[in-house]
Write a protein of this length. Structure first.
Length: 164
């Protein structure tokens, strides 16, 4: 199975980014975690992005706050799918990071999740790897069924409590 690269612009992003890790472990997806910055270590970020395909990665999750060019810088240097997590922080509360991550020029896409949306970034990465991987697809479907059952159980409890 291909690996997921999880890259953050600073270790200060870790409290948000680490919410990815449990999802990868739940679905038995191998992953690596790195810190590279589009502005502070541009050469290393470029080199990692350029070599990610040959190193066995299937998708790259990039998290950054503020000007948040990391996902875009990665997307510029690879044709692997890049998923961007805008991280809240700074005086604009993450709106700056959201717009910086999502507003990419045509031809260089970044699949952008919600501000601090690390879990959905991990689920999306898992779904990308699941294309052509039947067992992983089954694990994702089983998780959806479990989630639906939990919601229906909550519905049952609340409707019994507050119903006529
Ligand atoms: C961004 O600047 C990082 O992704 C982080 O969200 C933010 C602040 O970084 P630090 O100053 O905490 O290292 O590039």
């Amino acid at each position: 199975m291909r690996k997921i690269a999880v890259v953050m612009g600073s270790d200060s992003d870790l409290p948000v980014v680490e919410k990815c890790f449990g999802v990868f472990e739940e679905f038995e997806i191998p992953y690596e975690v790195h810190v590279f910055s589009a502005h502070r270590t541009p050469a290393e970020a470029k080199e990692f992005a350029e070599k990610a395909g040959e190193k066995g990665f299937g998708a790259i999750v990039c998290a950054a706050g503020m000007a948040a060019h990391l996902a875009g810088a990665f997307a510029a240097n690879t044709v692997l799918p890049v998923i961007g997590i805008p991280v809240a922080g700074g005086s604009l509360g993450g709106l700056d990071a959201l717009l910086s991550t999502v507003m990419m020029p045509s031809g260089i896409p970044v699949a952008t999740v919600a501000i601090d949306g690390a879990k959905n970034a991990a689920y999306l990465a898992a779904e990308i790897l699941a294309v052509g991987d039947g067992p992983l697809t089954e694990r994702l479907l089983a998780a959806r069924r479990k989630s639906a059952a939990q919601v229906l159980e909550k519905d049952k409890k609340l409707s019994e409590k507050y119903g006529k």
